[in-house]
Design a protein around this ligand. Structure first.
Ligand code: GTP
Ligand code: NA
Ligand code: MG
Length: 452
């Protein structure tokens, strides 16, 4: 730390993977184990994120981590629900996450959302490690709470260990098919060339010390340069979700990746039509040991510094978009910041054609990912927008000239009930899915059917 505001911020770690492969359980375990280690106060729960300071990582990793080897402050983990595309986690020019943990159920192996996550990691060039989770479900496993993986393996029968190895080799094979050379993490010399696989159990905690060690080591070695920030500058963040909260109206769940945000400050947020200029009324964090009554779930804080998850309450946020940028104006000209936000949104504007399909997606990032997938499949887009399927979308899809384009492709969105009625009385077909390539496949099958 020094006086002019320069500091090393906490690396942002996205935890992603297929539904039910154990992302949330892994974070719960990290929190729970920290409590056992007497580090309860140290772990902080943020909106959509968990901050684990270096001291806690070191406590949990035991002999694997010597805190004096590090000067990054810790790790900020972002949990991404499996049904929700990881592509929301975007920031100017690429990924919001500095590093990622791809959680894969060691018995299930690669699944559709694993493939999708890998695609995005590849596209954004995000370094990642694989958590080969649920090793405790290996037949004949002898669980060893919270120990490093080598210690656990020593306690296993040859039979159990070789069963686990079979699954792990299959996973290494899947990664290789996806274009990544991978190996057990302890054999990896150069983490920029090879993906490390960490066998672990989010349930018993074995192997979790290893994961924390690898993440801390990778961050320190490869990310340190990027973590130097102006710690007190105007905040920059990305909207994860737009949510109604009782007493606050529409609020933003934001990951702040640079600078500071304070109550009362003017912010600019990417909106459906125009950038929204508004003033921060409240900054909210989950209350420790949250009381059950809804209105007591949050406590307000005066300011938040990067990297952190925070809920922002402000007027006029209804049209804010998940995946959009948030900027604190501070002592700059508002118009300048609005232009900056507009420019950033323009980066992800989708190329449209005279004739084509209508696309709806839940976030800007997923809209961008959909547009990429459709471009690859040479499917033109008439209109693409963030939001649920509305009657207007049906009307737009009806204007398509070719029958095969009279469709709406909905990714991770709902259909408003009045739109459902419109759909019934029109020839427009709606396809919806929460896996992009499946959605594209469904559409392609539909076209093949029409041409038959
Ligand atoms: P989504 O958020 O829905 O995508 O799922 P998730 O990836 O967060 O998975 P979650 O943590 O909710 O775990 C799914 C189920 O797997 C739960 O029943 C967990 O108890 C179980 N589970 C997670 N990790 C382990 C593990 O290491 N071992 C065993 N035996 N079960 C696990
Ligand atoms: Na789950
Ligand atoms: Mg979860």
């Amino acid at each position: 730390a020094n006086t002019d505001g320069d500091a090393l911020r906490t690396p942002i770690v996205a935890v992603l993977g297929h539904v039910d492969h154990g992302k949330t359980t892994l974070l719960d375990r990290i929190r729970g184990s920290a409590v056992q280690e007497g580090e309860a106060g140290a772990i902080t729960q943020h909106i959509g994120a968990t901050a684990v300071p270096l001291e806690t990582v070191s406590e949990m990793a035991g002999a694997l981590v010597d805190p004096s080897d590090f000067d990054l402050p810790g790790l900020l983990f972002i949990d991404t629900p499996g049904h929700h595309s990881f592509s929301t986690l975007r920031a100017r020019g690429g990924a919001l996450a500095d590093i990622a943990v791809l959680v894969v159920d060691v018995n299930d192996g690669f699944q559709p959302q694993t493939e999708e996550a890998i695609d995005i990691l590849r596209r954004t060039g995000t370094p990642f490690v694989v958590a080969a989770n649920k090793i405790d479900t290996t037949p004949g496993w002898n669980p060893q709470e919270d120990v490093p993986i080598q210690q656990s393996l020593e306690a296993q029968s040859d039979r159990a260990e070789s069963r686990l190895n079979e699954n792990l080799y299959e996973l290494v094979g899947d990664l290789s098919d996806a274009g990544f050379s991978a190996d057990f993490y302890w054999r990896v010399q150069d983490f920029q060339k090879n993906v490390g696989v960490v066998p672990l159990s989010a349930m018993t905690g074995e192997g979790v010390p290893d994961l924390l060690t690898v993440l801390m080591g990778l961050s320190q070695r490869y990310l340190k340069g990027e973590m130097a920030v102006d710690a007190t500058g105007p905040g920059k963040g990305t909207v994860l979700e737009v949510k109604e909260e009782r007493g606050f109206g529409a609020t933003l769940d934001v990951v702040l990746y640079d600078g500071v945000i304070r109550i009362g400050e003017t912010i600019v947020v990417g909106g459906q039509n125009e950038p929204i200029v508004t003033e921060v009324r409240a900054l909210l964090q989950p209350r420790p040991n949250a009381e059950i009554r809804a209105e007591k779930r949050f406590e307000t804080v005066e300011e938040v510094a990067a990297a952190a998850g925070v809920k922002i309450a402000a007027p006029d946020l209804d049209e804010a978009m998940a995946g959009a940028p948030v900027r604190v104006v501070r002592d700059r000209d508002v118009d300048e910041v609005v232009a900056e936000v507009r420019e950033e949104l323009a980066e992800i504007e989708v190329e449209t054609a005279e004739d084509g399909v209508v696309v709806k997606a839940d976030t800007l990032g997923s809209l961008e990912a959909m547009a990429n997938a459709l471009a690859e499949a040479e499917i033109p887009i008439l209109r693409a927008e963030v939001g649920d399927v509305a009657p207007r979308d049906v009307a737009v899809a009806e204007t398509a000239n070719e029958e095969k384009y009279r469709v709406i492709l909905g990714f991770n969105v709902d259909t408003l009930s009045n739109a459902e009625r419109e759909l019934e009385s029109s020839e427009v077909r709606l396809f919806s899915d929460d896996v992009i390539y499946q959605l594209v496949e469904e559409y392609e099958e539909h076209v093949a059917e029409l041409e038959r």
